[in-house]
Design a protein around this ligand. Sequence first.
Ligand code: 9UX
Length: 72
Amino acid sequence: SFRRIQVSVSGMTCAACSNSVESALTSLNGVVKASVALLQNRADVTFNPALVKDEDITNAIENAGFDAEVLS
Ligand code: 9UX
């Protein structure tokens, strides 16, 4: 079954920021859904845990230029 996590994302200041985080997450093979809420500083990510680890999610966000911490 898929795993769904909430990630705290800091450093996003505009809609282009949240769009780029969303694109970075969606482009990971194994991520089935990613939605980023700019005002809440949150990413909601659903993925196949056989293909993606939590750390891959935070690395992708950090590589896009933001700080990330898994909340749940
Ligand atoms: Mo606009 Mo968001 O330059 O960093 S993409 S503030």
